[in-house]
Design a protein around this ligand. Sequence first.
Ligand SMILES: C[S@@+](CC[C@H](N)C(=O)[O-])C[C@H]1O[C@@H](n2cnc3c(N)ncnc32)[C@H](O)[C@@H]1O
Length: 344
Amino acid sequence: MGIRLREPDEHAKAMAADTHIPVMLDRTIELLAPALERPGAVMVDATLGLGGHAEAFLERFPGLAYIGLDRDQNALAHSAQRLVRFGDRITLVHSVYDRIEEVLEELDIRGIAGVLFDLGVSSMQLDRVERGFSYSKDAPLDMRMDDTSPLTAERVLAEYDESELRRIFYQYGEEKLAPRYAKRIVERRATTPLTTSAQLVALIDAATPAALRRAGHPAKRVFQALRIEVNQELASLERALPAALDALEVGGRIVVLAYQSLEDRIVKRELAARSTSTAPRGLPVELPEHAPVFRLLVRGAELADDEERARNSRSAPVRLRAAVKLRAPHPVANKPGARKPRAA
Ligand SMILES: C[S@@+](CC[C@H](N)C(=O)[O-])C[C@H]1O[C@@H](n2cnc3c(N)ncnc32)[C@H](O)[C@@H]1O
């Protein structure tokens, strides 16, 4: 294994392996399989979590070497135990996925056959009341996926100025009442700090006029926004996707499972840019260096089927996108955005 791992704590030990059901598992395997059959193929699981996908891939492809990344040391410790029988076929690394390029360099790996991103939080993180991810359970306002990183939701609420709070609620929560909530938070913290999720839920509840209540709990979008900010989820994905696509060898494949529209938009945009010709408009024949480097493997975004949604509620919002690398990119012609303006 690639790193010295933390001992699993009591919660990780207590978690049965099947409490996190991997989402769209069969479809994910089916889409990545053509790249993984070759002995010695290397796959990167950018979001190892509790190792559900990992275990299935390692069982299905006996020649596969598997690199699992996670920013959460408890998840890594749990997965290390779960996957121990695969011996040196697995390498687990405590890292954010935006460091994928550096991690591969440190492991001296030059090209990978497959990469999987199963975004968001794991069921273990959600179940840990003390992490404060849930608006329905009272806990300290933490929300860190990596409990060694410095920024917590409590600090965001205490330190960000009103306009920054407004921006994150608007952008990351798509919350129309962002100005109202930001103002109330700043008023409140002048006298008493917000330290628990129940205090924040009560404040949001009180600040939401009955006539403006939308579907779902009014705190849901604010909690989503805080989680995205604390973990820098969108910026991290924006850096990681291009690096992962660059790391794929020709014939290599990527699958991404996204659970909220902001993340899915980033995935859609990046895959579309890579699977579009960069030939200047009006050119009668496409030169080979302008041909798309990737081909999309599914039309639009694929959803979990009814049976899976009924069995596993976590799969309800999932959007799956996938692509295969067709050729090595030309250094300049295939840079996303390299399309020249239409000739006059
Ligand atoms: C939905 S879970 C993955 C579940 C996994 N596929 C399984 O079957 O058990 C997502 C995992 O990604 C991790 N994660 C989220 N953002 C990350 C990032 N920027 N870098 C590394 N890991 C991240 C979380 O800590 C979490 O454990």
